[in-house]
Structure formats: structure tokens, C-alpha cells
Design a protein around this ligand. Structure first.
Ligand code: ADP
Length: 514
């Protein structure tokens, strides 16, 4: 029917039928095959050569390279339906090129009846690989927005990211986090049972040094040899460095893969930043609640003690105004003074919290003799020290001058010495200063309760404590303030400690801010 119609058409137009047909076959952008019903190729046009990579000489008289089990069965069913007049829409097939790469085609087929010769069929194919890829990319990105936004936990988000990337982006996906400069660790993986591709020397591809280079460069890295991999840096506030590593067994990654992976990484970074903000907000709320509970307790107990003491003194004076022993008056007033001091210290610490938070920790830099300041602070602890029976040794060099904020430095010394007394349990405390041309170093050492290693990393954070409020009063702000002040003056503070043996807090300050 089709042939008769075209012949009539050709006669009407006066065209030379076979020549026109041949020209159409030559210039057609569609791949055109004429096949026997067993798949033997009778015609294979130039577009088919370009699409598959086999020349007509390669295939004429042989079964079409794609006439293999699954696609051939689908094709035959399609053909059958076409010949029954059911006219299904075109057929989409996944085939392979000569070089083994996958190819998506849309195919139209028409049976040629046996009356005009042996039964054959005509197939026209168009390459829809890129369209398929576009659709897969769009689907992946819309799924990514949904999936990545579904969790507010970093680990879960990284897990989602790795799973999303496979198989649309790659055969395997790993996420690396940088733990120290040049040191990376794979935290999640997906695909190929997360099997790492191996180089000839047995190293994984890429090796850790290559992943570190991707992170350091901040730009995608594309490698084809020894096996294709693609590294995409990931960045979100709060994480030093991270990278997404994609590998594939077959086709090398191209520019479109890079832009898809970058977009995926960008969305993941946003989700990770949201997770971080959520985590921080929750932590801040928890810290505030804890702080309010501690602060109200800490503010209330000195007030009750104050009220009690003042009430006692008043009763004694009212009863016998002239005969209250002086010694009793002194003791009472001392206690009132101490409670008021404790109260003032706490209020100061609270004000510091809001100042530091609002970035308003203003420094008043002036020439300071640190040795003299240490002596001054030590004198202030004299009464408390003798009361606790603590031996305090000062080791001061003849010269430890610098340009610092005197009051803030006083606060640093006071906090460290008072902790050494409080947690020193009456054991000796040593304060030592040493200096170089550029820096001074202060060590405050005690032989008290010490700190377990697992608590050390967090003690300089707000409200962090390694002891219970029942055993030692305090709110966990002292060391935080020490760190903030020391860092604001360009220095740093560290601690070394052993549980049950004692602690040494070390402050290093530049003599002048450079
Ligand atoms: P506070 O003493 O009010 O709890 P800090 O911020 O000064 O707050 O200290 C935080 C925590 O660090 C303390 O609760 C305690 O667990 C620990 N710490 C500080 N100094 C010492 C020290 N010299 N020895 C043992 N533990 C200490």
C-alpha cells in the first residue's frame, strides 16, 4: 500500500522514483534500515552508519547488530501490532553503538508485504539519547529538591546525596569530608556496592591525595584515566572542606555530567547549611534554657544567703545595739560582701555573653606589665587561698610587658586562678609567666581533679562543664570568656589535663597586635 502510493506520487510528480528514493536515503537525518524478518540487513543508510558506527559493508547481509534478544522481541511485537493496523505509537528502545556505549532510539517501523518480494520491514530510528538524559537530569533535580530537604541532619543529607547521584550521575558516589588540611575521610558511599575502582597499582581511584586536591582547588576535576571519575567540591558553612566523588565503569564524564553534579552539589550544600542552622538554633535554644535555669538558680542562692545574713545582723543589732560582738559583725559583713561579689561576677559574665554575642567586645589596648597584674590578682585571692590552705607559687620573669586590655586580662587571670583554686582541691597552684621577643606565655597549673579527655574539646564553649552543679558551683562561662578575650587580643588558650592528676591552662599572647 505504502509502496503503491509512493510510486503513484512519483509518477504524478514526474520524478525518477529510484533516484529520489536513493537521494532520500542518503540525506535523511533519520537512520533507515530495511530488514528481512529474521533481522538480516538489506539497507543501511549513512545516518544509520553515523548513529551506530557500523558501515553498510559491515552489516549488509548480516543480522542487524541490534537484532539481539530483548530489543528484537520488542521490535517484532511492535511490527505485529502495526501490521494488524493497531498503529501503536513509535517504539523506544535502548540499543548499543559499535563502541559499546548505550543509545536510546525512537523507532518507527513498517512491514513490507511479501507480494512485492520477500517479507521485509522498514525501520526508521532517531537518536533520543540526549532527550532521555535531559529528562533524567530534570527528574533527578526535582527529586533532589524533595529528598535533600526532607532531613535536617547532616549525616542523613549526605546519605541522600550519595544515593541520589546513582545511577543517573554515575555508577558510584562517595562523599569525603576533610578532617585536617590534606586529610580526608569517606563518610558515605553508594552504588557498585560502593566498590572503589582500583588503579593498576591497586590504589583506589581517586586516591585521598587527589580528593584533597579537588577540595583545595575548589573546582571540579574531571578524569578519564585509568577509569573515569569526577570530583566536585562541596562547601557549606561550618565544614572546612568536602567533596563528592563520582565514578563510572564505562563512558567518561562530560561537561553536562559536570554541570548536573555541580547543581546536585549546590542543592546539597544548601540543604546541609539548613541542617547546620537548624542544629545551631536547637543548640542555642537548649543552651538558653539551660542557662536560664542555671542563672536563675545561681542568682537566687546568693540573694537568699544575703537576705538571711542581713536579717540575722539586723535582729542582733535590734536586740542589743551596743553589745553585738565586733567579730560577729565582721563575719556577717564579710559573708554579705562575698555573696554580693559572687552576684556581681555572675551578672558581669551574663553581660559578657550578650556583648560577645553582639560582637561588642571592645578592647582598650594600653601598655600592661603582666607580671605586676599577676601579682595583683594573686593578692586578691589571698584570703580565699589561705582559707582553702592552697599554696600559690608565682614564677615571674623580670619583664613581661605588652599592649593589651588590662581589665580583660585581669578577667582572664582571675578566671583561670579561681578555677585552679576551685578545682584544685587545696593542692598547690602555680602561675608562671615566660616571654620571648614577640609573645608572653602564661601557665596556670593545679594538681586537682583534672579533666577527662572526652570533655577537653568542649570546655572552652559556652555553658560547658565537666562537673555537676551539685559538686561545684558555676555556670560554665569562665573559660569561654577567657578564650574570647584571648583570641580578641590575637592569642590562644589551650589546656592539658589528666583526670585525678591536675590541669594546666596555657595562654599565649602576642605582645602587640600585628
Ligand atoms: P565554671 O567553673 O563556672 O563551671 P568554666 O568555664 O570556668 O566554668 O569552666 C568550665 C568547666 O571546665 C568547669 O565546669 C570544669 O568542669 C572544667 N574546669 C575548668 N577549670 C578546671 C580546672 N582547673 N581543673 C579541672 N576542671 C576545670
Amino acid at each position: 500500500m505504502v509502496a503503491a502510493h509512493s510510486q503513484a506520487e512519483a509518477r504524478r510528480s514526474g520524478a525518477r522514483g529510484p533516484a529520489v528514493m536513493d537521494a532520500i536515503l542518503q540525506v535523511s537525518p533519520l537512520a533507515i534500515h530495511l530488514l528481512d524478518l529474521d533481522g538480516t540487513v538489506r539497507l543501511w543508510n549513512p545516518a544509520a552508519e553515523r548513529l551506530f558506527g557500523w558501515s553498510r559493508e559491515d552489516v549488509l547481509g548480516h543480522r542487524a547488530p541490534w537484532a539481539t534478544s530483548a530489543p528484537w522481541a520488542l521490535f517484532n511485537r511492535h511490527l505485529e501490532q502495526t501490521s494488524q493496523g493497531l498503529e501503536p505509537p513509535s517504539l523506544e528502545l535502548e540499543l548499543h553503538r559499535r563502541d559499546g556505549t548505550a543509545l536510546q532510539v525512537e523507532l518507527w517501523a513498517a512491514p513490507l508485504p511479501a507480494s512485492t518480494g520477500p517479507a521485509q520491514c522498514l525501520a526508521m530510528l532517531v537518536d533520543i539519547t540526549e532527550r532521555h538524559r535531559d529528562e533524567a537530569h530534570r527528574r533527578l533535580l526535582s527529586e533532589a529538591s524533595e529528598v535533600l530537604g526532607s532531613s535536617l541532619e547532616q549525616d542523613a543529607t549526605l546519605e541522600h546525596l550519595a544515593r541520589l547521584a546513582v545511577p543517573t550521575c554515575a555508577d558510584s558516589c562517595r562523599v569525603f569530608l576533610e578532617e585536617a588540611p590534606g586529610e580526608v575521610r569517606c563518610v558515605v558511599s553508594a552504588g557498585l556496592e560502593a566498590r572503589e575502582p582500583l588503579a593498576a597499582d591497586g590504589h583506589s581511584v581517586p586516591d585521598e591525595a587527589a580528593v584533597s586536591r579537588v577540595i583545595a582547588s575548589g573546582a571540579p576535576a574531571l578524569h578519564a584515566e585509568p577509569s573515569p571519575w569526577l570530583g566536585i567540591p562541596l562547601a557549606w558553612p561550618g565544614q572546612e572542606g568536602a567533596a563528592l566523588v563520582l565514578t563510572r565503569a564505562g563512558r567518561a564524564f562530560d561537561a553536562r555530567d559536570v554541570s548536573l553534579a555541580r547543581e546536585l552539589a549546590r542543592r546539597a550544600s544548601l540543604a546541609l547549611d539548613h541542617a547546620r542552622q537548624y542544629h545551631e538554633a536547637r543548640q542555642a535554644i537548649r543552651a538558653r534554657e539551660e542557662f536560664l535555669a542555671i542563672a536563675s538558680h545561681e542568682l537566687k542562692s546568693p540573694i537568699s544567703a544575703l537576705q538571711f545574713q542581713v536579717q540575722n545582723l539586723r535582729t542582733a543589732l535590734e536586740r542589743s545595739p551596743d553589745t553585738v560582738p565586733r567579730e560577729r559583725l565582721h563575719r556577717g559583713l564579710d559573708l554579705v560582701g562575698r555573696q554580693a561579689k559572687r552576684q556581681a561576677k555572675l551578672v558581669d559574665a551574663l553581660l559578657d555573653v550578650s556583648r560577645i554575642h553582639a560582637g561588642r567586645l571592645e578592647l582598650n589596648l594600653e601598655p600592661v606589665d603582666l607580671g605586676a597584674l599577676v601579682r595583683e590578682v594573686a593578692e586578691r585571692f589571698e584570703r580565699e587561698r589561705t582559707g582553702a590552705g592552697t599554696h600559690l607559687t608565682l614564677t615571674l620573669p623580670p619583664e613581661a610587658h605588652g599592649h593589651w586590655d588590662r581589665l580583660r586580662l585581669d578577667q582572664v587571670l582571675t578566671n583561670l586562678v579561681s578555677n585552679a583554686m576551685k578545682y584544685g582541691e587545696g593542692n598547690p597552684v602555680q602561675v608562671a609567666l615566660s616571654s620571648t621577643e614577640a609573645h608572653v606565655r602564661l601557665d596556670v597549673r593545679d594538681a586537682g581533679i583534672g579533666i577527662a579527655p572526652e570533655h577537653l574539646p568542649r570546655l572552652f564553649h559556652r555553658f560547658e562543664r565537666a562537673v555537676s552543679g551539685r559538686d561545684y558551683n558555676g555556670v560554665g562561662l569562665g573559660l569561654w570568656i577567657v578564650r574570647e578575650v584571648v583570641e580578641a587580643m590575637g592569642g590562644h588558650v589551650t589546656v592539658s589535663s589528666e583526670l585525678g592528676v591536675g590541669s594546666t591552662f596555657t595562654v599565649v599572647l602576642p605582645r602587640a597586635r600585628g
